[in-house]
Structures are given as structure tokens and as C-alpha cells.
Design a binder for this molecule. Sequence first.
Ligand SMILES: NC(=O)c1ccc[n+]([C@@H]2O[C@H](COP(=O)([O-])OP(=O)(O)OC[C@H]3O[C@@H](n4cnc5c(N)ncnc54)[C@H](O)[C@@H]3O)[C@@H](O)[C@H]2O)c1
Length: 349
Amino acid sequence: MSTVTLENKTILVTGAAGFIGSNLVKRIYQETSSVTVIGIDNMNDYYDVALKDFRLNELTKYPTFTFIKGNIADKALITEVFEKYKPSVVVNLAAQAGVRYSITNPDAYVESNLVGFFNILEACRHCENLEHLVYASSSSVYGSNKKVPYSTEDKVDNPVSLYAATKKSNELMAHAYSKLYNIPSTGLRFFTVYGPAGRPDMAYFGFTNKLRNNETIKIFNYGNCKRDFTYVDDIVEGVVRVMKKAPDKKNGEDGLPIPPYAVYNIGNQNPENLLDFVQILSEELVRAGVLPEDYDFEAHKELVPMQPGDVPVTYADTSALERDFGYKPSTSLRDGLRKFAEWYAEFYR
Ligand SMILES: NC(=O)c1ccc[n+]([C@@H]2O[C@H](COP(=O)([O-])OP(=O)(O)OC[C@H]3O[C@@H](n4cnc5c(N)ncnc54)[C@H](O)[C@@H]3O)[C@@H](O)[C@H]2O)c1
């Protein structure tokens, strides 16, 4: 792999007002202050925009951070941004996320995840100093894979949602561009990321809102779900390590480039039962003062069947990440949910 230094470089992060994107920008500035980060986000209202404003506000303290409000599906804008800033590293996190929403709003996925990602690839192709394109894929590409843990060697041709199909498509498109134009690209399959200022459409956040409003939470598949929950700091640590090592550019026997292309899982490699997760969450919400000490948790829990597009288990094999980057996520659910609960108590005070 080739080392990519971040010092004195320009890095483009799409989805910079998003949950992972905003944490990534902070983590990049921890790595080095002599860097310029350009963030793009269209600030769409898929979930409460106040959260995106809150995250962006935390980034204003970095003098070399520039924010551009815009859509990655807008080809003219993306071309202009690349021509103006000439990024050395691009991290594409902008996407329409969520599995269930893709059933009712498929267009948003085609626009952001396919057209948007295509525009990023095209711009990378014409960007002379580009050293590495890193982009978000998802554990959802594994569909209802029976074999666990999920390895990047597994066949992932059977997506069970349009969201998953777009993420798998991103990997295929990146492969073609890596091969055709020798663009070093690394796709990262994230596994259920959680943490402070996270996404309200995700279970832990939705559960918290409901419990606080005295509503009942629905636990799908009667609680027989396992998720490889991954704390956001662990994810962005992994992303930064990956950014700094790009797949090598090499020629094959035919004299043509072997695509400098890689895909990794980033997850905790420790799936937790949804019911245990909810138990820890409720304890931490009480500890942080979001719920009262005597909260009748059992009375607010309803076990219901599986939802379309959902999968019963996600479990990451992260041995390749460990081998190539010497890194493995390790934050416990207790510690991660504690930080989430404390943030929630403060934010919604
Ligand atoms: N959070 C997870 O558990 C998880 C798991 C697997 C994969 N991912 C992927 O990681 C990436 C980041 O996820 P996140 O959890 O931070 O989600 P997020 O929704 O918080 O962040 C995505 C950001 O991209 C922006 N965006 C969406 N479409 C855009 C467009 N067309 N142009 C410009 N900006 C646009 C949104 O406004 C949002 O701020 C996404 O690609 C997502 O699919 C996340």
C-alpha cells in the first residue's frame, strides 16, 4: 500500500454535516492542523436539520475548514469544487441512508447514492493530484447472508433493499473507475454506527425519543436480532487510518493497471443482542437523567415481527482491517451508550 500524508493537503469530505462526516472532520484536525478540509452537504431534511446545524457549528472552530452547501448529484457544482480545490483525498460519505426509507422513497437513493457517487467518480477521474478516494459502503450489502462473521470475501449479490443495492453498486462503479483510470479507491462497509449527535432514524435514537415521550418501543423480530454496533469514534479512527494508506498502483502481466481497489469491513466484530442493547441503553438513559429512576421499562417494550428489508444479524469479520491497518474497533456498548445518553441529556435539556 502507498502512504498518503495528510499534512498540507486538501481533503474533501462529502456529507460533512452528517453523523459520521462531522466526526471525521474533527478527527482529521486531531491528526494534523496543517490541512484544509472542504465539506459538502445538502443539509436535506431526511431527519432534523437542527442536528446537522449543531454538528456543523462544532466545525467552525477549525480555521481551514470550508463548508459548501450543495448536492453531490449536481454535476456542475462537483466539477467546480474539484477544479477549485483539487483535493488530494476524497471521502464520500454523502448518501441517502436508511433501509426502511428506501422502500417509500427510492428516488432519493438513486439521486444521492448513484448519480451523486458517479459525479464524485467522474470528478476524481479528472483530478490530477488525487491520491485516494475513500467511500462509505455498508454492512447491508451482505443482505441475509447466512454465514457469519461477514467477510469481504463473501458473495454479496443478493441485496434485500434498494439502499443495499446502491451501496453494492458504489463498490462496482469504484472498481470500474479504479481499473479504467487507475484511481486508488477504498470502500468501507460500516456496521451500525452509533454515538452522540447520531442519526434519529436509527433504533437507539428513536427508542430514546419514544421512551422519553412515554411511548412504546417496537423491538423487531421479537428481539431476535443481533447487530454489530460500532461506536462512531472507532469508525472515524478506522477511516483516518485507511485514508493514509491507498491501494498500490501496479501493472498486470498484460501491461495494464491492476485496479488499485480495496474494500474493508469496519465493525466491532462483537454482535450484541438487540434486547441486551436496549437494556444497557435504558440503564444509561436513567443514569444520564433522561429517564426517571423508577421508569417502568418493561411496560414500554413491545416485541413485533421482522420488517421488510431488515436482516436478523450483522457481524463483521474485521481481520483484514487489523492486518492492513493494525486497527480494530473496541469501544464497549456500555461506554458508547453512556456517551450518547449524556449528549442526549444535554442537547434536549
Ligand atoms: N450510520 C451507520 O450506521 C451507517 C452504516 C453503514 C453505512 N453508512 C453510510 O455512511 C455514510 C454516512 O452515514 P451517516 O450515518 O453519517 O448518515 P447521515 O445521514 O448523518 O450523513 C449523510 C449526510 O449526507 C448528506 N447528503 C445526503 N445526500 C446528499 C447529497 N445528494 N448531496 C450532499 N449531501 C448529501 C446529508 O444531509 C447528511 O448530512 C452514508 O454513506 C451511509 O450510507 C452509515
